[in-house]
Unconditional design. Structure first.
Length: 364
């Protein structure tokens, strides 16, 4: 007996079920299942841990009252929505961490503020960790660039003050000059000061100088001047013309291979947890192909390579050029500039020759 197959009439497809609500915890779990996003979450966790380090370093910070009041700012505006151009900066007052936010900054003048931190004794362990990352030999001398690490949180506090006219996020570190009047020794107690001055136009926006000073028993032993560019900002004054710079020095030099975790390692010893140095996703979101080296690591590494040839009192200036992508390989060139303790410096990409930084060292 032959069998006949009967085709069942096709049924209409069932209506899709509405998606089940997903809790915040489930959402985080789904994000964490994605490898790149999981890495970003881990980087954020590490960044928060490094921010806690800044809190410990700024204990006892002596700030004006209105700076303290500003530190009690809220993450949300009065309507419960993020304001346009909002930014978040950690500020530490009297050992407590506060989150400070600001809407898009406006204004053309700098706040008349100075941040002072007293009774600062560099930790032997912290300096040793810094030496290891930046190539300094262990000694009883504090590297001049490590004092910048101690002053940097005070400068961040200045730039995140509501009276500061520009947003901290997106600022560009153009140049740094350090004047070491004498070596600072481990065990010495410092008074640190920071202020901002010299607001002036730049052909790409505006620039200002963040000034730091270190004193021992009232003696000025160290000065630091960092020039920052605030792109797109407008200030009064004539824009200086763009000047073509002469080529930096070139030639044979030391070759350094920079590992992909260099940004995270330097952030750990310096407290500078800008995500463009720590996570490729954050760097891409801000316009970089991948993570980039901290400019102050480049400067410290160049000084570390020459520390046995430096005088006790000197001025070192470094201008930062093209960012150093990590991982990468760079070439460090140092040439004598005509006298003991005088050098011209350059940091270039080892393959393409791209100029990353140029500088000078001169005795005082």
């Amino acid at each position: 007996m032959a069998c006949r197959l009967h085709r069942q009439p096709s049924l209409p497809a069932p209506a899709p079920c509405p998606p089940a609500p997903v809790s915040a915890a489930q959402t985080v779990a789904l994000w964490a299942a994605d490898q790149p996003l999981r890495a970003a979450l881990l980087a954020l966790r590490d960044g928060l841990a490094q921010a806690a380090q800044i809190a410990r370093r700024l204990q006892g910070c002596d700030l004006p009252r209105r700076l303290a009041d500003a530190a009690r700012g809220r993450l949300w505006s009065g309507q419960g929505k993020r304001t346009a151009g909002w930014q978040m900066t950690e500020r530490i007052l009297a050992g407590k961490t506060a989150v400070v936010t600001g809407s898009k900054r406006k204004g053309r003048t700098l706040p008349d503020l100075e941040v002072v931190r007293r009774d600062v004794t560099p930790s032997v362990a912290d300096v040793a960790d810094y030496d290891a990352v930046c190539g300094f030999a262990l000694s009883n001398r504090v590297p001049s660039t490590y004092l910048h690490v101690l002053v940097f949180p005070l400068q961040v506090a200045l730039m995140s003050d509501p009276g500061f006219p520009f947003a901290l996020m997106g600022s560009v570190h153009l140049e740094n000059t350090i004047r070491q009047h004498r070596p600072v020794l481990l065990g010495e107690t410092l008074e640190l000061r920071a202020r901002v001055e010299n607001l002036r136009p730049h052909f790409r926006g505006a620039q200002a100088d963040l000034v730091g000073e270190a004193y021992v028993d009232g003696e000025l032993v160290w000065e630091d001047r960092s020039t920052y560019l605030f792109r797109g900002a407008k200030v009064d004054g004539e824009v200086p013309p763009k000047v073509d710079e002469p080529d930096a020095i070139d030639g044979f030099g030391a070759t350094w291979r920079l590992a992909g975790d260099l940004g995270r390692r330097y952030a750990k010893v310096s407290g500078d947890v800008n995500p463009i140095h720590m996570n490729p996703l954050a760097a891409k979101a801000l316009g970089f192909p991948t993570t980039i080296v901290h400019g102050m690591w480049s400067k410290a590494r160049m000084l570390g390579a020459l520390e046995n040839r430096l005088p006790d009192a000197y001025e070192v200036n470094v201008a930062f050029k093209k960012p150093v992508l990590i991982p990468s390989t760079v070439r460090f060139i140092a040439q004598s500039a005509g006298g003991p303790g005088s050098f011209d410096l350059a940091l270039r990409n080892a393959k393409k020759g791209t100029e990353h930084a140029r500088g000078t060292i001169r005795p005082l």
